[in-house]
Design a protein around this ligand. Sequence first.
Ligand code: HQG
Length: 180
Amino acid sequence: MKTNHKHISKFLSLVLRHDPGKIGLQLDENGWADVEELVSKCQKYQPNLDIELLKEIVETNDKKRFAFNQDYTRIRASQGHSLKIDLKYTPKQPPEFLYHGTVEKFMDAIKEMGLLKMSRHHVHLSEERETATKVGSRRGKPIILIIRSGAMHANGIEFFQSDNGVWLTDNVSPEYIDFQ
Ligand code: HQG
């Protein structure tokens, strides 16, 4: 992604996941914003952003963080919100194992309480070990936890998958975590 795009993408994450009020925008209860309204309200902070550039950013985003509706009139972040919104993902059967990347300083708490969603809506889990390694590396030397998602699901715990492939669940109690 071009540097300028990355900067705008970060701003869009802020507005569409955490603080639409910053630009006087309102999201509907499912997290959607009106595209024209978003672009015009971003002008003050992102004067280069127009609808064409927005489409390019959505398409080229490394993690497909944003999605348009079918006729491109609305846009939302696919996951990662701290706002109370309902993404309306339907429950889905997860693979037998999923991965979570974290760092040493959280391990005592995770061993005691399991994985908690912290400031997000869900705990985020990956299908690929490599993705979990990247997620953990944001905070330091990554530690990869293997989650027995198949067993969780068999015990009635719901999982969802976001539009961009991230697996989401409410929390993961320590009995389902392989600490290796
Ligand atoms: C840790 C980024 C203490 C957890 C990434 C993590 C991902 C605990 C941190 C996405 C804990 C929360 C999500 C407990 C969990 N005690 N610490 N009981 N349970 N933790 O950022 O999974 O760029 O909310 O291990 O790439 O790191 O935003 O979650 O280290 O896909 O699109 O608390 O965010 O994507 O951190 O990352 P986060 P995450 P975007």
